[in-house]
Design a binder for this molecule. Sequence first.
Ligand code: BUP
Length: 465
Amino acid sequence: SQQQKPHITVLSSPGMGHVTPLIELARRLIVDHGFQVTVLAITTDAPPAQVQLLNNPSLPSDLHVVHLPQVDVSSTDSGDGPAGVVPRLLYIVQETLRSLRSVLISLQRPLSRALIVDPFCIEALETATDLSIPTYLFLTGSASFLALTMYFPTIHAAQVGRDYSNIGDKVCIPGCKPLWLDDLVPELLIPQLLNLSNRVPVLKGVLVNTWEELEPVTLSAFKENPFFLRVPSPPTYPIGPLTKIDTEPVASTESNLLKWLEKQPPESVVYVSFGSGGTLSAEQMTELAFGLELSGKRFLWVARPPSQANASASFFETGCDDARDPASFLPDGFLDRTRELGVVTLSWAPQVAVLRHPSVAGFVTHCGWNSVLESIVHGVAMITWPLYAEQKMNATMLVDEGVAVRIKKLQVEQDGKRIAGRREIETAVRMVMEGEEGKRMRQRARELQSSAVSALSHDGLSSGC
Ligand code: BUP
């Protein structure tokens, strides 16, 4: 009965990059391990796709969604509060978590055996510890990022002036592949990273959305390297790749995209998307449009209106923009000239269904970790286009792993920002879609895909959580 099934609570920050893998984790805890799970959802600024995911009738009946009370964000809207995507997200999480204690106490179920949180909700640790609920982090990123998180206090302590300029161009984390300094998280996220690093030792464990075959070196370092054995750190469990199961109801705009894919030849389409948070500048958008056109390849492009100068990514506008007209920000005549070749959509795309479609062979991606995993497990080669957070690290790993190509030679925009030029975009798209290299990358992705299937199988290495 409900009263007897052990109970776990999962807490997710808003945004599809977090909610999606946490829901999949909850589903597996229920189906494979016999738990009942309460998902605490932060509803302030929740994108429509999140609301749809949490209302999905095909979620297991032992998954209970509790919506945490909305918080007032008027200060952030009026410009008095924190500006920018990440500060706003942190503000919403912090304000929402004020109600966490009373919500955890009031849940009409046996007391939670554990609270599982994503990195942005790490502040919940104190409340849970107060209530004697063990807390686990579910890292919705790579083991490499976890290694950086655990090693970061060591680097930080050694930095005089905190400008990191005397580090050299690489960061060598013991037992791990060196990371390029240029790939590390942007300065803006350093306080957030330190906050996470400082709390990791207090956690009961860290679940990482990865698996042995994808990150063998880093995962062994956690188990064997003297540094990781010495630093106070909880056990780490690679439990991935947990990706969205393709069971959501498909909206009519989404099904039109799938119908379009049906009409395309096998392995002929490149899918282009920069995730729920990614926007490009107007100049970059123009170069991308011409790059796709020059490549002559078929494309499905999930576009967002270009970011204004100084504006941050429209993280919270996801899926609301259907009414805008892409012709207003794409080069003149682009849509007419490419009518037979491609589709540009401003809607939320059924990404998993797209990536698993036999017509799709390449993915121009911002390298958000969920997109990366979804691409690998569907055998799709990538063209990396990292935008923010730890995405550059992910991009480098994919190129080293042989499943992606980087867009080379960045040209410099007038205001000093570097953008990818149309010829480089054309070359990268062709390389993935036409050549032997593209074939090899898809083959490698398929090998990783089969290792993922066995890691997730009943007695696989990722199933023991
Ligand atoms: Br856009 C888009 N349809 O149209 P990431 C995204 N997604 O299903 P992000 C769609 O959102 P973080 C769309 O499949 C993936 O599961 C996609 O997560 C889905 O990037 C998710 O790739 C996006 O991790 O999150 O959104 O930037 O900031 O956490 O990296």
